[in-house]
Design a protein around this ligand. Structure first.
Ligand code: HEC
Length: 136
């Protein structure tokens, strides 16, 4: 009898640990970007965006989840299981352009892949530049 109770306790502890790991897994905190992307140089760094390409892409493809100003309050945000970070904060802005590029274009899970929808390399970097303007 004692043995059975101990087994039950161990099983429930293990289940608890698994649930904990699972619940923290989908957190944006631990999204490791491959080193070759992380150090990627932005060929459009500091360039003016006369045609407002970055903003237009943001409004077309990103705003629905991330919100107009990147606060994570887009119309689709409530449907997501993954927490959206506030793009105006250091948490996002302290990352390299290459890190943001990887996350924005390659994506993972609920963050869509945009390689096909945003095929132009130049446009992708103008979008990264636009993300920089969301900093407060
Ligand atoms: C369908 C909703 C959705 C759309 C549309 C979307 N995103 Fe995301 N995005 C997410 C989710 C969810 C995450 C968090 C993903 C994770 O941590 O696994 C995320 C994360 C990110 C991150 C990483 C933030 C960080 O610091 O961890 C960047 C950068 C990003 N998105 C950029 C974009 C850009 C740029 C677009 C438009 C081209 C876009 N997203 C469109 C849902 C979306």
């Amino acid at each position: 009898m004692r043995k059975a109770i101990r087994k039950l306790m161990i099983a429930s502890l293990m289940l608890g640990a698994m649930l904990f790991l699972f619940s923290t897994n989908s957190n944006a905190q631990d999204w490791t970007v491959p080193a070759n992307y992380k150090s990627m140089k932005n060929p459009k760094a500091g360039d003016a965006d006369a045609g407002n390409v970055g903003k237009a892409l943001w409004d077309q493809h990103c705003k629905s989840c991330h919100g107009k100003e990147g606060y994570g309050d887009g119309s689709k945000a409530d449907e997501l299981d993954t927490e959206l970070r506030d793009f105006s904060t250091d948490e996002v802005q302290s990352q390299t352009d290459g890190e943001l590029y990887y996350k924005a274009i390659i994506g993972r899970d609920e963050m869509p892949n945009f390689e096909k929808k945003i095929p132009s390399e130049a446009d992708r970097w103008l979008l990264i530049n636009y993300i920089r303007t969301l900093k407060k």
